[in-house]
Design a protein around this ligand. Structure first.
Ligand SMILES: [Zn+2]
Ligand SMILES: [Zn+2]
Length: 402
């Protein structure tokens, strides 16, 4: 049984907009932060002036000179939500003004696991709540000037910097740097913060390890159960190698079958590759997924200096073809993209009809790997099985999508 919407008006507005047009996601946060040339002091602000949180210490500890709690914070982009909210709000606003319908919260690394690198694990819930509140506030301000068009704050749950299904040590193949339950706890905390802060949607983004994503989806369901209400969930995976698979070895179709049990409002691909390289994989998702399809690629493949070279016009041309081919319901940009890219992409989608979500017959019992807790159906673990005989791919009227 599906829980009711936490915010029925916003969820309804999103589903209505998805029926009408291809919705535009924002572009990169990191790329835009880089342009501000922020220094260590900007990251720290007053509260973190000594490299630790002056408002927090473990029980019995008193911070002081040489107490050892200080960490460099430059590069901890999510901390800027608290220390330079002006910068983050301006980036959200620039994307909305460029034509984005949805902005992603500045919370990609705001889990206790990823924040451990900066000695700020305790800050996860606060960063998620503040990140969602900031993004939602900018959406409110832009909506007030243009009430006909709703804007949405997408609460982002990143992959963390650890992988649950692969050993980081070639000499200890059975070793795992993180467990499912550690990930679940961290994602639960993050999801609660995002919901408290007013996120309209939750997105499990840049999934390179499906087991990490399953932990996130499990935690999200727990958070929904505790509230007795849900928000729409999006899932976006990352193809990390030339054979067209995620780091945990799945094709795009197999990835979809692994997360379909969560009934996401959208399934998609982002990061690692440019739009051209993603086309075949987005096409594969568009064939098998009975939900909306999203794509937010990087601005091409990284150049020799780790930068991205595709111009707004390059990206808009390639993604415009995706749209006309009927592959897209949501589109935006990842690494290297800017408001100029999003403006060009939004222009390319103008008047292009969204992909019609196909109505698929249910898979045979046991066929869609529905336990949700870690295990992946063996036959679908890496490559999807051929479609079962009762899986009929026939597009029905758009009014049936809801
Ligand atoms: Zn200390
Ligand atoms: Zn990216």
């Amino acid at each position: 049984m599906m829980l009711p919407w936490l915010n029925p008006a916003r969820a309804g507005a999103l589903l209505d907009a998805l029926r009408e047009r291809i919705l535009v996601l924002d572009g990169a946060m990191g790329t835009m932060i880089q342009q501000h040339g922020l220094q260590e002091d900007d990251y720290r602000g007053e509260r973190f002036a000594h490299g630790y949180d002056a408002l927090y210490a473990t029980h019995g500890h008193a911070h002081g000179p040489g107490c050892g709690c200080g960490h460099d914070q430059k590069g901890n982009n999510d901390l800027l939500t608290l220390t330079r909210p002006d910068v983050i709000a301006a980036i959200h606003r620039a994307y909305l003004e460029a034509g984005a319908d949805l902005v992603e919260t500045n919370t990609f690394n705001s889990t206790a696991i990823a924040l451990a690198d900066y000695g700020l694990s305790h800050l996860a819930r606060e960063l998620n709540q503040a990140g969602a509140r900031l993004a939602r506030g900018v959406c409110d301000a832009v909506e007030a000037q243009d009430p006909a068009r709703p804007r949405f704050a997408v609460g982002v749950l990143g992959p963390t910097n650890r992988t649950a299904s692969i050993s980081p040590d070639v000499n200890r193949p059975g070793h795992r740097a993180v467990t499912f339950d550690e990930l679940r706890d961290a994602y639960r905390d993050a999801a609660e913060g995002l919901l408290d802060g007013g996120a309209d949607v939750l997105m499990v983004e840049t999934v390179f390890d499906t087991l990490n994503a399953k932990a996130a989806l499990f935690a999200i369901e727990e958070a929904f159960d505790a509230r007795g209400a849900r928000v729409p969930v999006m899932v976006s995976g990352t193809i990390t190698d030339a054979s067209g698979r995620t780091l945990s070895g799945q094709t795009a179709e197999a990835f979809w079958y692994s997360v379909a049990h969560a009934r996401p409002v959208a399934i998609g691909l982002n990061c690692a590759l440019g739009a051209r390289e993603l086309r075949v994989h987005v096409d594969a998702l568009a064939q098998v997924a009975d939900t909306h399809v999203s794509c937010h690629p990087n601005a091409g493949l990284p150049n020799a200096f780790g930068g991205y070279d595709e111009t707004p016009e390059d990206m808009a041309r390639v993604l415009g073809e995706f749209g006309r081919a009927g592959l897209l319901n949501l589109v935006g940009g990842c690494c290297g993209t800017t408001p100029a890219h999003i403006a060009a992409i939004a222009e390319a989608m103008r008047g292009v009809r969204p992909r019609v979500v196909p109505a698929l017959a249910p898979l045979p019992s046991g066929g869609s790997g529905g336990s949700g807790r870690g295990e992946v159906e063996p036959d679908r673990a890496l490559d999807p099985a051929p479609p079962p005989p009762n899986l009929s791919l026939h597009a029905q009227g758009e009014e049936q999508n809801a």
